[in-house]
Design a binder for this molecule. Sequence first.
Ligand SMILES: [Zn+2]
Length: 138
Amino acid sequence: MQEPNWEVLRVPLSWSVEVFFVFRDGKHIRTWETHDKFAGLQASRRIAWAYHYGDITTRDSSGLVIQGPADGPVDVRIDTCTSGPHLHYQAQQPHYPPTRIAGLDLTQLGALKFVKAIFRHRSSGKDLQRVLGFKLLP
Ligand SMILES: [Zn+2]
């Protein structure tokens, strides 16, 4: 059997996507991105995102993991909410701006690279800073 050849005729230019990876040890990864159209072009760009790894805190009525509370536990999260890209590490506060992060450009890290780094952290036991390639500056 051969898969049909799907051809998209009208590509969506605005969309959001949320993906969860749920682990049996009570941790999860949540990635969320929203993309929107460039004015005047038939092209889109990522305009807001959140890549989160930490304890599972919240499930819906059918048992599916959903986004936890804003003050919930976090191992690491990179997001753009409330301001420009910033990082949370081992706690909700502080928000580390790019000026306090060495070795990682928060605007260049995509969901796939984040997910791969978390899997590498989980399988190797290597520190999150090491697998994501950043150091926090004073
Ligand atoms: Zn944040």
